[in-house]
Design a protein around this ligand. Structure first.
Ligand code: AMP
Ligand code: MN
Ligand code: MN
Ligand code: MN
Length: 280
């Protein structure tokens, strides 16, 4: 793939209803085109279902095949994007199968934990809200709201399933070396997603990135949705220092939510190397 113009808009992180987004793939693509996006990666959590029957050439929009794998580093749940993966690769498909099983086991565990906290039937409740293979904390949050245990989705995350809370179960995921391996074996580029979301100190984030690079990680999501110019500059510096490729994306999930609109984020800092220069 070659990209003609520096003015093109790349949004390399987005979700459909194949994971926890609200739009079907064609509707997401139509919205991206309306928003002026030229190159879009659909990166659903631990699944490639969105790409079923989908051509990567979508008129004036080019799709880049991607995925967002869940994993863990020390006690922090982290996300690794696989960009420009070969959808037919056995490695990435094995990864999806593994993570899908992990999700189910994890969901049962979350149900047990919530049960002990006096919230019965949460697994069945969340499973009933899940559409396909993807079952995740957003479904538990909705169940908690529907059953009157939380006032809103935000409240459910804050009290029960958000990062560091009882329902934040991370132990089932494949480990970091494994998810990076799946991505690399599928010819993709492994990018650490939304580095500022983990609330790590700069020292810890550097340690995470050193470990990530050690196991084959290649990129950093320098711009993730709405962030302030200092944050972008800081992530740009880190990216340069560690010789990583730079990525950017909205992490769009649904219209009118806390996430950024498709394509609506700051440009990458001038000195970094954009990850798409390595797409082949
Ligand atoms: P899971 O894949 O089951 O770990 O669920 C994680 C997903 O939950 C994230 O990708 C977000 O889409 C969503 N999420 C995380 N924190 C919040 C929050 N505070 N409010 C709403 N959604 C959230
Ligand atoms: Mn999500
Ligand atoms: Mn994520
Ligand atoms: Mn995401």
């Amino acid at each position: 793939m070659s990209y003609a113009s520096a003015a093109m808009i790349f949004d390399l992180h987005s979700h459909t209803l194949c994971s926890d987004g609200s739009l079907a793939p064609p509707a997401l693509i139509a919205r991206a085109i309306d928003s002026g996006v030229d190159v879009l990666a659909i990166t659903d959590h631990d699944t490639l279902d969105a790409y079923e029957g989908l051509s990567l050439a979508q008129g004036r929009l080019q799709l880049v095949a991607g995925i967002e794998f869940s994993t863990q580093w020390q006690s922090t749940g982290i996300h690794v994007l696989g960009l420009n993966v070969d959808l037919d690769s056995d490695a990435v498909q094995a990864g999806v199968r593994y993570q899908t099983e992990a999700r189910r086991a994890r969901a049962r565990r979350i149900g047990e934990i919530l049960g002990k906290m006096g919230i019965p039937d949460a697994f069945a409740g969340a499973a009933a809200l899940a559409q396909g293979d993807y079952i995740g904390r957003p479904h538990f949050a909705r169940y908690l709201v529907n059953s009157g245990k939380a006032r809103s989705i935000e409240d459910a995350f804050r009290k029960f399933v958000g990062d560091g809370k009882a329902g934040d179960v991370k132990q089932h995921w494949a480990d970091l070396p494994q998810v990076v391996q799946w991505i690399r074996d599928a010819g993709g580029i492994a990018v650490l997603a939304h580095p500022l979301k983990y609330k790590l100190t700069r020292t810890k984030l550097k340690r995470l990135l050193a470990d990530f690079v050690h196991v084959g990680g290649q990129g950093l999501e320098v711009v993730s949705g709405q962030q302030n110019p200092q944050q972008t500059a800081g992530m740009g510096q880190l990216c340069e220092q560690l010789n990583l490729l730079a990525s950017c994306g909205s992490d769009f999930h649904a219209p009118d939510t806390r996430w950024a609109e498709l394509g609506a984020f700051a440009p990458l800092p001038a000195r970094v190397t954009p990850v798409w220069e390595r797409f082949s």
